[in-house]
Every structure is written in C-alpha cells, then in structure tokens.
Design a protein around this ligand. Structure first.
Ligand code: FES
Length: 158
C-alpha cells in the first residue's frame, strides 16, 4: 500500500507542513489513454494529482442493444482500505464467492471482497466498501480519451 505524502509528514510530526505547502502542490495532470473498443474492454492507466499517483480503469460499457457504448473511468483504489481492485470478467465466480447478485463483469477487491458494479456507475453491491468507486472525468477524443480530473476526496479513507 502506498504511503501518501500527507501521512508521511504526519508521521514525522510535520503535518502542519502540508498546510504550508498546499498552495504549491502540483495539480492534476490531464492524461491521454487509448479508448477501449470492445464491450467490457478495460484499459489501465495512472493519473497524477497533487503529487500522488492514482491507478485507473477506462471501461467500455454496452449500450442498450449490447453494442459498444459509453466509457466509465474509475479509480482503482478501493474506498474501504485503499487496496487496488481488479476487473473481473468471471463475474459468476465472484458472485459465488461473495453472494452478490451480479449479471455482468465487475470491479472486485480481493482484500475484503468488495464488489463494484460498472453497470451501476461502479456502485458498491457487496462487501465492506462504504461507497462506490471514485470516478474520473474524461473527454471522448475519438480513438482516445483525455482523462481530465479525479473526484475530490478520492483516496481518502475515513
Ligand atoms: S480494501 Fe477493498 S474491500 Fe477492503
């Protein structure tokens, strides 16, 4: 598990330094990634925000007819305890393991078995995660995506 700069400073008794340096922190850096072409194709990427690297997935969802539709982009840090979750196409096995009622591929955190349903905007449908996956915003550039931002509070565990 990655140690965040703010946690490192707090560990040294220098938590106040984070407040002093806050105005000088790097902001989010937009990132171009390939747009997934096929339904349920996931593209991995990393995104820099405020000096921290956030792993992400851009996932192509089906439209109402089952053809390639919108892309959902999520942060892979689990909102439970920040393990990095994966994308599971074998959702039947995840359902048997967790008891979750799911009918499509899911994001699955193996640390404590939280399940996030991409067809429900990555809402948590099973396990201890207190909320759905954090989301990125992106712009569709044809064959590419421009990942523009990550929602505020992403990666913060309460
Ligand atoms: S860290 Fe993901 S379920 Fe606990």
């Amino acid at each position: 598990m990655a140690l965040r700069r703010s946690d490192f400073l707090k560990g040294l008794g220098l938590g106040w330094l984070g407040l002093v340096l806050a105005p000088f922190k790097a902001r989010a850096a937009p990132r171009v990634v390939p747009k997934p072409k096929q339904v349920w194709e996931a593209v991995e990427f990393d995104f820099e925000k405020n000096g921290e690297t956030f792993p992400g997935y851009a996932l192509r969802l089906p439209d109402a007819s089952g053809a390639p539709g919108d892309v959902l982009s999520v942060c892979r840090l689990c909102p439970h305890e920040r393990c990095t979750f994966g994308f599971e196409t074998n959702f039947e096995a995840v359902g048997r393991m967790t008891g979750a009622q799911i009918a499509n591929p899911v994001f699955f955190c193996r640390c404590h078995m939280s399940v996030f349903d991409p067809s429900k905007q990555a809402a948590v449908v099973s396990g201890p995660a207190p909320r759905g996956a954090w989301r990125f915003t992106h712009e569709d550039k044809g064959t590419q995506l421009l990942i523009t931002s990550l929602e505020d509070g992403a990666g913060t565990i309460k």
